[in-house]
Every structure is written in structure tokens, then in C-alpha cells.
Design a protein around this ligand. Structure first.
Ligand code: NAD
Length: 505
């Protein structure tokens, strides 16, 4: 049996239960079909066949989950950091025990190749372990001295929070957002993306088995405009952490205004990768290919604009074209596959539409950009490389969110910075140069929340993660996450020596 056949067989076994019984919600420690009585179909990007039904949560389901999170908050807030640490480590252990199941189901549900989802469980567990270890120090503050007063800051969890996640790497992103919230002492209502609900339901199951108290972790499936919207409006919810499109971020700001929600928004990007003629050619080429064609290009930090120095443009694009031509598109469960099917037929249509837009705007479609009919009824797309582009074209301005790269040339450092910044987005930027002074200048001048110099996207959990401009508000990672999920109080102690102002004597 080939590796693909073996993976398929195992995946079918894991999928069996979802075909038999709809995926429900998880409220106050219990699985529930919900109050709406309505369901929607979940399909696999591989061939658009059904993976089963999912409960379509409505406002009443969200209300129940928010009330459960509100009731559970007082106890969860007050348990010791050490106890929280133990529980979150147990949770991480259980994720690792189910690593194979998580990876196979994630690949079938969202089309990501198994070579990437294989690490999803380990990375998800690492998110839990990192924040588990930080739980005992979550309340720590600062001591700020004055001559006659001493100030002490305290942190307390903000309350029940809503976490709303997208479909591109659903398991990883859910753990990345929920782990710090729980470590901080918040209770959670999670609304997963409607296009990829499976691994979120596994997480809720693990929460119960790991002994997370009832009401601390709630999960409601459903659509953004109904379930998601109500979550952002519910008065018991004190903060909303969203990973999604920039337009969704705007909507959430409006929806949460009446209840003064604190928001953390991780949104879209049109990230530049800038390659200078003094860069290490081969390493830069590897990084350019990896950062746009891995994870099906459905990645917020994907480098979708290549800014290439004129001096090496011809040689670089020739080598790049050969690599893009050779990308292995195929079944997400095949270990050889490098690019899997796109999440949904409508998303495939959107990505495909940019091939025509590229031509209309005057660019060259150097590779791909078409549907892979030969791979069946799924959402298979031949990864694209657009050349002879400029930064005004739609392929350079709009987030395609697929395996499609737009190459633009530049002739000077100033021009590279100008093009890099000429975008509404500001999530990530990648800079390839062996000139350290130039690297420092670009780090200062390129408008992005995260920059990598001579590297692809490298994860460091204590580092701040997030974007500027239309790419978001706020930062995740390390203590930055606690700043979001907690309130900071200042307590001022007088030394008994200062003069208290006197009135009316
Ligand atoms: P999306 O914005 O359509 O959906 C994200 C989530 O928001 C889903 O759960 C959806 O149901 C919910 N939602 C939609 N409308 C809502 C509303 N009015 N109120 C409340 N919730 C609502 O995004 P998507 O298509 O699922 O994901 C792709 C997007 O996510 C891309 O733009 C990508 O760049 C972005 N993303 C950003 C990061 C980051 O860290 N910056 C990471 C991954 C993905």
C-alpha cells in the first residue's frame, strides 16, 4: 500500500464518526446539537464531497455559551497559576497523543498538504506548553518608585473572551489564540471558521478530557454574520480576538462598539519579499518559493509580492520559474504533495480570477494560474507566477490568498522601500541582503509589524506577532498576549511622609 493509500484509509476511519453524527457545539462542558435545529454541510477541498453535517449555531446558542463562560469565570480566574499550568500541560500531552488524527483530519478538512499538517499537533501543543509555563507569572507586575510613594502594578484577567478563527490553518491558529487566554485566567467562547470545523471540535473534546472545568472552554459552530456577530455583541464578552480578513476586522469594530469591546485583530497582508543583488542567491530562492507556495499560499504571512533587484532579475526569475513549474500539486494526504487543493470552490474562483486580471493589467502569466482539471473535481490550481508586473496592478494590490506570486523589479534601495510600503497592508516583510547596514535601514523604513532578514517566517513564541495599517491591531506572543487578555491595575502606597493637600481647614 502506498503512503497515500495508507493515509487515506486511516483518514476514512477518523472521518467515519463525522459522517454518522453531525458536529455540534460544546457548551458548559458538554457536547450539544444546539438550539437552532439547523445544520450546514462540510466538504473536503479534495473533491468537494461531504464530510458530514455541522450544527449552524444561532444567537441563542452563542448566548448560552457566553453565559456559561461568564459563570465559569470567577472560579477559573481564582485557581492558582500552578494549577492552570498543570491543566494546560495535560492538554498539550493529549494533543500530541492525537497528532496523527489531527493531521489527517486537518488535511482532509482544509486541503493543506500532510507535510505541513504533520507538524500542526506538535506546534499546537508547543503553544499550550509555552503559555502553561507562563501561567504562574501572568499576574506579575512592576514596581515603580517615587520619593514618597511606591507604585505596584497588578494584572487580572479581563473576563470571558471571544476567539474567532479562519480556515487557513485552523488548528494552529485556534491553539495560538486560546492557550494564552486560558493561561491568563480568561474563559473562552470559540467560533471556528465555517469552512473548517473539524479540528476545533477535537480541541473542545480534548478540553473536556484534560479536565478543563465546565464553562471555561466553549465552542459554537456557525456563520460569521450570525454566530460570530452575536459573539462580538454579547455584553458578557470583554474582548474579541479575531484572525481573519481586514473587512471582517472593520465589521467587528462596528459590532463591538456598543459594548466597548477590546479587540485584537490579525488581518490580511500583501507582504513583500525583497531580494537584493548582494543576497545569497540560492537561499533567497528557496525562501521565495517556500513563503508563497507552502500552505497553499493561504497564509497571512505569505510573501505574495517579490521585489527583485534589476541586477539579478533575469537569472533569478528564470530559476524561480523552473521551481514553480516543478511544484508538486496533488492530494493533501500524499506525503509528496507540496501544494494541495484550495479551501473552497468560491475561493478557487477568486484565485483563478487573478489570472485574467494579471493579463488585463499588462502582466505576464509566466507559470500556471489555471485549474488542474486532471486532478478531478477538487479545487486544484496550478501555482502561478506573474512577471513584468508593477505595483499598481490588482495582482500587486489585492490579497489573493493563494499560491500566486507577483514579481516586480526595482533598481535602488529607495525604490524597493517605496514599492514595499505602497500598500494598504503591513503585516510581514522579508529582506534578503548581505549588506548589514542596508538590512538595518530597511528594518527601520519598511512598514510591517514583522520583518525577517535573510530568513523565511521563523516562529518565536515570546516575540510579538501582528500587523500594522490594514493588517491589524495588537500583538500576540509572550507577554504581549497577556497584555491583551488582562487588565493592568496600578496600586499606589504612600510612605506616610508626604504632605496631604488640605482644604476647608
Ligand atoms: P474571514 O474574515 O472571512 O473569516 C474569519 C472568521 O471570522 C470566520 O470564523 C468567520 O466566520 C468570522 N466572521 C466573518 N464575518 C464576521 C462578522 N461579521 N462577525 C464576526 N465574525 C465574523 O477570513 P477567512 O477567509 O476565514 O480567512 C482568511 C483571512 O484571514 C485572510 O485575509 C488572511 O490574511 C487572514 N489571516 C490573518 C492572519 C494574521 O495573523 N494576520 C492569520 C491567518 C489568516
Amino acid at each position: 500500500m502506498s503512503d497515500l493509500q495508507e493515509n487515506l484509509k486511516k483518514a476514512q476511519e477518523y472521518l467515519e464518526r463525522f459522517r454518522k453524527e453531525p458536529i455540534g457545539h460544546f457548551i458548559n462542558g458538554k457536547p450539544t446539537p444546539g438550539l437552532s435545529g439547523e445544520y450546514f454541510e462540510n466538504t473536503t477541498p479534495h473533491d468537494n464531497s461531504s464530510l458530514g453535517q455541522v450544527a449552524k449555531g444561532n444567537e441563542a446558542d452563542i448566548d448560552q455559551a457566553c453565559e456559561a463562560a461568564a459563570v465559569a469565570f470567577a472560579d477559573w480566574r481564582d485557581i492558582s497559576g500552578a494549577e492552570r499550568k498543570k491543566l494546560l500541560h495535560r492538554f498539550a500531552d493529549m494533543i500530541v497523543e492525537r497528532a496523527e488524527e489531527i493531521s489527517l483530519l486537518e488535511s482532509m478538512d482544509c486541503g493543506q498538504p500532510i507535510r505541513f499538517t504533520k507538524q500542526a499537533a506538535v506546534r499546537g501543543a508547543a503553544n499550550f506548553r509555552f503559555f502553561a509555563d507562563k501561567a504562574p507569572e501572568a499576574r506579575d507586575g512592576k514596581a515603580l518608585q517615587q520619593p514618597e510613594h511606591s507604585n505596584m502594578t497588578l494584572r487580572t484577567p479581563i473576563g470571558p473572551v471571544g476567539v474567532i478563527t479562519p480556515w487557513n490553518t485552523p488548528f494552529m491558529l485556534s491553539t495560538w489564540k486560546i492557550a494564552p487566554a486560558l493561561a491568563a485566567g480568561c474563559t473562552v467562547v470559540h467560533k471556528p471558521a465555517e469552512l473548517s470545523p473539524i479540528t476545533a471540535s477535537l480541541l473542545a473534546e480534548i478540553a473536556r478530557e484534560a479536565g478543563i472545568p465546565d464553562g471555561v472552554w466553549n465552542m459554537v459552530n456557525g456563520f460569521g454574520e450570525v454566530a460570530g456577530k452575536r459573539l462580538t455583541e454579547h455584553p458578557a464578552i470583554k474582548a474579541i480576538a479575531l484572525v481573519g480578513e481586514s473587512l471582517t476586522g472593520t465589521r467587528i469594530l462596528h459590532q463591538g462598539a456598543d459594548t466597548l469591546k477590546r479587540v485584537h485583530l490579525e488581518l490580511g497582508g500583501k507582504n513583500p519579499i525583497i531580494v537584493f543583488d548582494d543576497a545569497d542567491f540560492d537561499r533567497a530562492l528557496d525562501a521565495v518559493v517556500f513563503m508563497i507556495y507552502s500552505l497553499n499560499g493561504q497564509r497571512c504571512t505569505s510573501s505574495s509580492r517579490l521585489l527583485i533587484h534589476e541586477g539579478i532579475k533575469e537569472r533569478f526569475l528564470e530559476a524561480l520559474q523552473a521551481r514553480v513549474n516543478d511544484l508538486r500539486v496533488g492530494h493533501p494526504l500524499d506525503p509528496e504533495t507540496e501544494v494541495g487543493p484550495l479551501i473552497h470552490t468560491t475561493h478557487l474562483e477568486k484565485v483563478l480570477s487573478y489570472t485574467e486580471k494579471a493579463r488585463e493589467d499588462g502582466a505576464t502569466v509566466a507559470v500556471g494560474g489555471s485549474r488542474r482539471e486532471d486532478l478531478g473535481a477538487g479545487n486544484y490550481y496550478q501555482p502561478a507566477l506573474f512577471t513584468n508586473a508593477d505595483n499598481n496592478m490588482r495582482i500587486a494590490r489585492e490579497e489573493i490568498f493563494g499560491p500566486a506570486l507577483t514579481a516586480i523589479s526595482f533598481s535602488s534601495e529607495e525604490e524597493a522601500i517605496k514599492i514595499a510600503n505602497d500598500t494598504e497592508y503591513g503585516l510581514a516583510a522579508y529582506i534578503w541582503t548581505n549588506n548589514s547596514g542596508r538590512a538595518m535601514r530597511l528594518a527601520r523604513d519598511v512598514e510591517a509589524g514583522m520583518l525577517w532578514i535573510n530568513s523565511e517566517n521563523n516562529r518565536n513564541l515570546p516575540s510579538p506577532f501582528g500587523g500594522i495599517k490594514s493588517s491589524g491591531i495588537g500583538r500576540d506572543g509572550g507577554d504581549y498576549s497577556f497584555d491583551f487578555y488582562m487588565e493592568t491595575k496600578n496600586v499606589c502606597f504612600a510612605h506616610g511622609t508626604h504632605r496631604v493637600p488640605i482644604l476647608g481647614r
